[in-house]
Design a binder for this molecule. Structure first.
Ligand SMILES: *[C@@H]1O[C@H](CO)[C@@H](O)[C@H](O)[C@H]1NC(C)=O
Ligand SMILES: *[C@@H]1O[C@H](CO)[C@@H](O)[C@H](O)[C@H]1NC(C)=O
Ligand SMILES: *[C@@H]1O[C@H](CO)[C@@H](O)[C@H](O)[C@H]1NC(C)=O
Ligand SMILES: *[C@@H]1O[C@H](CO)[C@@H](O)[C@H](O)[C@H]1NC(C)=O
Ligand SMILES: *[C@@H]1O[C@H](CO)[C@@H](O)[C@H](O)[C@H]1NC(C)=O
Ligand SMILES: *[C@@H]1O[C@H](CO)[C@@H](O)[C@H](O)[C@H]1NC(C)=O
Ligand SMILES: *[C@@H]1O[C@H](CO)[C@@H](O)[C@H](O)[C@H]1NC(C)=O
Length: 784
């Protein structure tokens, strides 16, 4: 043994040396610059489409920014296991495949800023067990899958700003036990699930500024037991109720740049350590002494329309006694305007007859007569049978068997919930005494007639729920006087016509119109949406629409979502659509459309992102049926049809979901293009053969028939006419197989409703999560 070793030693030494020399010579890829002392490699701005395979394996810092990497495949970095820093900024990365970073157990910092990533998959960051800082800013992330971060127990900083997140699901950040700083600024968040932040036991700083949060989710936020700094600025919140912010360790809180009109004195009473509160740039006319905030040092009220009269005296006295510095100036009365709050003498904070809040209330058009000082918020007015929550300015008279709209509401009511009563009809001026109502709930009230002018006076109404009533028609002035209305729910009625242009002319700001489950038979006349050019979502599922006149829905300059499923259309209403340059989602599921003509989606091809053509008994698609659709399309739903083949999918370069389940595909050489396409895109498509009979039930990817197909059938050269013949009449009736074998994959990711059902919203106790708990449909492109 020993002898052998001694003999071979010199030989080994020689080999080793030459190997090392090779490494030196070879291991700096031509396009990179390498520092062999510091073990760093930089290959920036070289348009690289893959990670250079010859990078020295002992590299610790790798800088690849500004390249063209596309997909990060599994094991993309397996030959550089010693990396601690990896810079992948601006690399046009679309997808991080499962296990892409698996080899990088020593990586400490990963920067993926400014790429095109849209989903964080469960395994995207597998193996990064030492990672401390992860930057994912400025991508297109709209979804975080459960468990996405579960293996990242070392992470301390996670940055997700400037993405497209709409909501945060429960347990999204589970596993991040050491995370201290989480940045979610500049998304479109409007919903944080109760357990969204569960498990973030070390988090001290959280930024949620520049989102769409309309209320403060107390229960969700209370989970953050260690949080000291919270930035909630630039969210559209109007009110904070009692005990809304309940965060034991919180010291710094920003509610700047919101739309706060009012704030309960006890809103922060369960955050005893608060020392810095920023309420700058809101719409507070006054503020009372806050309770339960004994540690408060600084209260920033800059840029609020504060009226320095007797109503501010209490705040001033309280601030001085408690050592709270007030930042900001008076907006009035005139002799005190621009006076710093700290500088105004207490004896100047006086009320004379014409002073004070009365002044500011007068500015509101519909407030006349004498007013009480807002300090007297107590509300003694509440009709019998109703439950009034003065703090939240909500009133509920739900399911009280009422046959008439009650009177005697406090005129500051913002939300009026009268669901489940028996009104039968609504006379004109039914809501005279509640001029400030923003949200009115009249679902399930057996209403069969809305008299013209019924809602007159509701000048601030934004949400109107008339779902599940018995309306068969609407007068042309049904909505007169509600010119701010943006969301109208008329689903589940008996309407036989689309609301007339005269009716719609009263609600020119409408954004969402729900007409599901009515009896509408036709879309006419031309231009029926022209009175409501702001419309973004039109929901017509489950009517009886069989015809649509040409240009019925033209113009629709802002329409993003059109649901026409479960109607009686026999063809794609291409003519009706005309120009809808923003259309993102089109649902035609469940119509008896058997055949799709050439260029059916041409007009909307540039923008269309999600197309639902499932459950139609569809037999044939013209080979140009999808012409005009292209890179915008992310999902195409074709399951539960009778298709034997498909048109060329190659222009759909960004398609991410394709469902083909329950189609009797003809597995012969004509299907080769589809076979290849599935193979190339690596999409998880469940495509099953229906023909020939002997292959029935096998998946397209597992059958053997394509091996011997001549290259002529390659989709690049084929004429593909043969692909799209009508179903052969010689066969027995096509049989859709679900032979147990083909698994049902990829159910369509059902759109997550942004608009929380009103029920859930207004049923909340109303105290902490009060305020107007609606979710706007801004930016519906994040629907999926
Ligand atoms: C980068 O590469 C792509 C294809 O990989 C090519 O189309 C493009 O022209 C290249 N750009 C530059 C600046 O070299
Ligand atoms: C108060 O808010 C204003 C505006 O947001 C800001 O400029 C100022 O620095 C803040 N002052 C303090 C003391 O935080
Ligand atoms: C609102 O109610 C107050 C008393 O509750 C009354 O003084 C005031 O005039 C009312 N405003 C309107 C516009 O009705
Ligand atoms: C259509 O509405 C009816 C009655 O409300 C319901 O039973 C049916 O399931 C709905 N169909 C679809 C496809 O939604
Ligand atoms: C392919 O061709 C070979 C030889 O021509 C033949 O033996 C084989 O059975 C064919 N395979 C299929 C699936 O048709
Ligand atoms: C392909 O189709 C075109 C017309 O669409 C025809 O002119 C041409 O001859 C066809 N080629 C083959 C190989 O069938
Ligand atoms: C495809 O999807 C099915 C069901 O969603 C899943 O079970 C399967 O693992 C997926 N396959 C791949 C390769 O992703």
């Amino acid at each position: 043994m020993r002898l052998l070793e001694m003999l071979s030693w010199p030989l080994m030494a020689v080999l080793l040396l030459s190997a090392l020399r090779n490494v030196r010579a070879r291991k700096c890829p031509r396009v990179c610059s390498c520092d062999s002392k510091k073990l760093t490699v930089a290959c920036t701005g070289k348009n690289l489409t893959q990670v250079p395979p010859t990078i020295n394996e002992i590299t610790v810092k790798l800088d690849l920014k500004r390249n063209n990497l596309g997909d990060l495949v599994r094991g993309a970095f397996s030959h550089t296991p010693y990396l601690t820093h990896l810079d992948l900024r601006s690399c046009r990365i679309n997808t991080v495949r499962e296990g892409a970073f698996r080899a990088l157990a020593r990586l400490v910092q990963l920067d993926l800023t400014n790429n095109n990533i849209d989903i964080i998959h469960q395994e995207s960051f597998d193996g990064l067990s030492s990672l401390k800082n992860l930057f994912l800013d400025r991508n297109r992330i709209e979804e975080i899958r459960p468990g996405a971060f579960s293996q990242m127990g070392s992470l301390t900083l996670l940055s997700l700003t400037h993405n497209q997140l709409v909501y945060i699901p429960n347990m999204a950040f589970q596993g991040l036990l050491n995370l201290q700083l989480l940045r979610l600024s500049y998304n479109s968040l409007n919903n944080l699930e109760t357990e969204a932040f569960a498990g973030l036991l070390s988090l001290t700083r959280l930024s949620l500024d520049h989102n769409e949060l309309q209320f403060f989710p107390t229960a969700t936020m209370t989970r953050l037991v260690a949080l000291t700094h919270l930035d909630w600025s630039f969210n559209p919140m109007t009110y904070l109720g009692e005990m809304t912010v309940s965060m034991p360790k919180l010291t710094h809180l920003s509610f700047a740049h919101m739309a706060l009109q009012d704030l309960s004195v006890a809103a922060l009473s369960l955050s005893p350590h608060l020392s810095h509160l920023d309420l700058s740039h809101n719409q507070l006319h006054y503020l009372q002494a806050l309770t339960g905030t004994s540690q408060l040092q600084s209260l920033n009220l800059t840029a609020n329309p504060l009226w320095c009269t007797c109503v501010l005296l209490e705040l001033r006295v309280w601030a001085r006694a408690g050592g709270v510095t007030l930042h900001g100036t008076c907006a009035g009365p005139p002799h005190l305007s621009d006076e710093p709050l700290e500088g105004v003498l207490e004896q100047d904070l006086r009320c004379r007859r014409q002073d004070g809040v009365m002044r500011m209330e007068e500015e509101e058009e519909e407030v006349q007569g004498t007013t009480t000082t807002p300090a007297v918020k107590k509300n003694d007015k509440c009709p019998e049978n109703c439950l009034c929550e003065p703090e939240a300015q909500h009133v509920s008279c739900e399911e009280r068997g009422l046959t008439k709209v009650p009177r005697g509401f406090h005129n500051n009511t913002l939300l009026l919930d009268m669901r489940g009563n028996h009104f039968h009809y609504l006379p004109s001026n039914s809501f005279r005494d509640v001029p400030r109502v923003v949200s009115l709930h009249l679902d399930g009230c057996k209403i069969h007639e809305v008299v013209d002018g019924a809602f007159r006076g509701l000048k601030k109404l934004v949400y109107l729920y008339l779902s599940n009533n018995e309306l068969s028609s609407l007068g042309s002035s049904a909505f007169a006087g509600t010119q701010q209305l943006m969301y109208l729910h008329l689903d589940g009625n008996r309407l036989v016509r689309f609301p007339s242009m005269a009716t719609l002319a009263h609600i020119p700001r409408l954004q969402e119109l729900h007409l599901e489950r009515n009896r509408i038979t036709t879309l006419e006349p031309t231009g029926l949406l022209s009175p409501i050019p702001t419309l973004r979502g039109l929901y017509l599922t489950n009517n009886s629409i069989s015809t649509a006149v040409p240009k019925a829905l033209d113009p629709a300059p802002n329409l993003e979502i059109l649901h026409l499923g479960a109607n009686e259309l026999t063809q794609v209403p291409s003519d009706a659509l005309g120009h809808a340059p923003q259309l993102i989602e089109l649902r035609l599921s469940g119509n008896p459309i058997r055949w799709i003509a050439a260029k059916a989606f041409q007009e909307v091809g540039k923008s269309l992102t999600h197309l639902y053509l499932d459950g139609q008994g569809l037999k044939k698609m013209d080979r140009d049926a999808l012409a005009g659709l292209g890179p915008a399309l992310l999902s195409l739903y074709l399951e539960d049809n009778q298709l034997e083949n498909l048109p060329d999918l190659s222009p759909l370069t960004r398609l991410r979901h394709l469902t083909l389940d329950n189609n009797p595909l003809m597995c012969d050489c004509s299907l080769l293009p589809l076979h290849r396409w599935i193979e190339q895109t690596a999409l998880n498509v469940s495509a099953v053969c229906g023909y020939p009979v002997e292959l029935r039930g096998q998946t397209v990817m597992e059958v053997d028939v394509f091996r011997n197909c001549s290259s002529k059938t390659d989709h690049t050269t084929t004429n593909s006419t043969n692909l799209l013949e009508a179903p052969r009449s010689t066969k027995s009736k096509p049989l859709v197989l679900s032979a147990g074998k083909p698994k049902r994959k990829h159910r369509p990711t059902k759109a997550k409703p942004l608009v929380k059902p009103a029920k859930a919203a207004s049923k909340k106790s109303g105290k902490s999560e009060s305020s107007l708990n609606h979710h706007r449909m801004k930016n519906t492109k994040r629907f999926l």
